[in-house]
Design a protein around this ligand. Structure first.
Ligand SMILES: *[C@@H]1O[C@H](CO)[C@@H](O)[C@H](O)[C@H]1NC(C)=O
Length: 312
């Protein structure tokens, strides 16, 4: 008799399992109870880095960034929205959109500890395809770099670069309570090459952060190039905490280098002096070229004198 029951749960044992499960759900909220109330912002950038906040209940607290997974789904395609640990808790998920999303409307899908939140728990009573749960990626909400100046310079304490285009705000940190166009968003960070680009002078004043007019989204950011990197670089900036995100690059700001690399600006070493200043027409004169920001390796260094290559 006993072995006939193997593999099947006795009714008493089964109901006590169910009981424990329900009690657990009551006190700690199991993923069955996870629910999304709404998402914000409703719009974001084509170049990503829009901070999305998903409010709800029952989100995973085990591993905040792996336990909670967000996907943005359109009719044609879908993208992950990688979850950020800080900003995520039982009642809130924070994720950042990825660059390169196609323009269009997306609805949100959330998995908690591997279990998808069902439609009947998404943005009720209106449902998962209502405004409360939709996100649109569009040009109007995409910061854009339309000019870069200069496009070639050598690094140094005075190397300031100007980026013009759709910047949406002239607010940085707490320099003003609101942008002059009324917006509350701020410039979070500017990147030039591999490092951040410093918006403040050493006396804490801004170099320049200005909208063209109080009703404009267009303007100019100036910042100091940091570090000593030599080579081809791009710039970008992030307008944070709202329906914007990372800037895209207008096509005509992209240049092509001799080695076919695409870039927005180049940094080069500076030459401060050449000695001796004269030598024999037969050649063989040793030249010393002094300067800053040379690469320190021979391999990628060539010296041209009057257009003719010379031996090092
Ligand atoms: C600069 O950005 C363009 C696209 O916007 C990309 O194709 C290119 O590889 C980037 N160049 C560098 C040096 O990162």
């Amino acid at each position: 008799m006993a072995y006939l029951n193997q593999g099947r749960m006795s009714p008493i044992l089964g109901s006590s399992f169910l009981c424990v499960f329900l009690v657990q759900c009551l006190f700690t909220r199991c993923s069955f109870g996870a629910e999304v109330f709404s998402i914000s912002p409703p719009y974001g950038s084509l170049c990503g880095e829009t901070k999305m906040l998903i409010s709800g209940t029952g989100f995973s607290q085990n591993k905040l960034s792996e336990g909670n997974q967000v996907q943005l789904v359109s009719l044609a395609t879908s993208y992950d929205c990688p979850v950020s640990k800080d900003g995520t808790m039982e009642s809130m998920i924070m994720c950042y959109t990825v660059p390169g999303m196609k323009e269009g409307v997306y609805h949100v899908r959330v998995k908690v500890d591997g279990v998808p939140i069902p439609d009947e728990n998404m943005c009720q009573p209106e449902g998962p395809y209502s405004d409360k749960c939709l996100f649109e990626v569009r040009k109007q909400n995409t910061p854009l770099i339309q000019s870069v100046s200069p496009t070639s310079f050598s690094p140094g304490p005075e190397s300031v670069i100007a980026l013009g285009g759709m910047i949406f705000t002239d607010r940085y940190g707490t320099n003003v309570a609101a942008s002059s166009n009324g917006k509350e968003e701020t410039v979070n960070q500017v990147y030039a090459g591999p490092l951040t680009c410093e918006l403040r002078k050493t006396n804490d004043e801004l170099y320049e952060l200005q909208l063209d007019s109080p009703s404009s989204n267009m303007g100019q950011i100036k910042c100091r190039y940091q570090g000593t990197y030599i080579g081809n670089s791009n710039a970008s900036f992030i307008i944070g905490d709202g329906p914007y995100g990372r800037s895209c690059r207008q096509q005509d700001t992209l240049l092509v280098s001799i080695n076919k690399q695409i870039y927005q600006f180049q940094t080069f070493p500076e030459i401060t002096g050449v000695t001796p200043s004269s030598g024999s027409t037969d050649g063989g004169t040793d030249l010393t070229i002094a300067g800053n920001y040379f690469t320190g390796t021979m391999e990628n260094t060539e010296v041209y004198i009057g257009g003719k290559s010379s031996l090092m």
